[in-house]
Design a protein around this ligand. Structure first.
Ligand code: CA
Length: 224
């Protein structure tokens, strides 16, 4: 999951970034409205967490401008203010959900999962491909009923594959959605992690889910 956090409170932003990264989420932070708007328009995020009270441009405006520019990335609005007015205004400005500060981190994560499911067509709570099952809520994975232990990065990579099953994904695309933006190592890291995944989800089961597409990237095949 690649997430844009638009939040000017440095301490809140830092603690969210720490938590989200530990959960395998790729996070970029914008500290004011115009930067958030620019990043959201230029880059491809899976979800945006947007504070309302921001320097230079309010969260309302950012939201309206994005929808006006046909950017339909799911948006969860964070607001310190309470009251029906803000909630209605947030939703009317094109936001998908809102959360009032202070909020619980696990509630934020649960809401983000809902938004990701809602993103394209209907998304199942548990991701399934043939006999492979991945549950983003419990971070658990199993194949043919056998539990598989995955690291946070392996889990994020497999989740990205499952959400994009039967589609060729380039290494760059995978890096953008699964690794931190400040990752400056070699794109070959993708190859390394695909290797780890294959050793866990394919080899023991004599399956071949993750196919290398020469010169293009990888394809997670299911239903074949
Ligand atoms: Ca603020």
């Amino acid at each position: 999951m690649r997430l844009l956090l638009v939040e000017d409170e440095a301490r809140l932003a830092a603690s969210l970034v720490r938590g989200l990264r530990a959960d395998g989420v790729v996070v970029e932070v914008a500290e004011d409205g115009p930067t958030g708007l620019r990043l959201a328009r230029e880059l491809d995020f899976d979800v945006i967490v947007l504070d309302l009270m921001l320097p230079h441009m309010s969260g309302f405006r950012v939201c309206q401008e994005l929808r006006r520019a046909n950017v339909w990335t799911p948006i969860l609005v964070l607001t310190a203010k309470t009251g029906e007015f803000d909630e209605i205004e947030s939703l009317d400005s094109g936001a998908d959900d809102f959360l009032t500060k202070p909020f619980s981190y696990s509630v934020l994560l649960a809401r983000l999962r809902v938004l990701l499911r809602r993103d394209v067509n209907e998304r199942p709570v548990v991701l399934e491909a043939d006999d492979l099952r991945l549950d983003p809520a419990t971070k658990s994975c199993a194949r043919a009923g056998v539990d598989i232990a995955l690291s946070a990065r392996e889990f994020s990579l497999l989740e990205y594959f499952l959400r994009n099953a039967n589609r060729v994904l380039s290494k760059d695309e995978i890096l953008d959605h699964v690794w931190d933006p400040d990752f400056d190592g070699s794109p070959n890291i993708v190859e390394v992690y695909v290797g780890y995944l294959r050793r866990k989800i394919d080899r023991p089961f004599s399956t071949n889910s993750i196919v290398t597409v020469p010169r293009s990237g990888y394809l997670f095949q299911c239903g074949a």
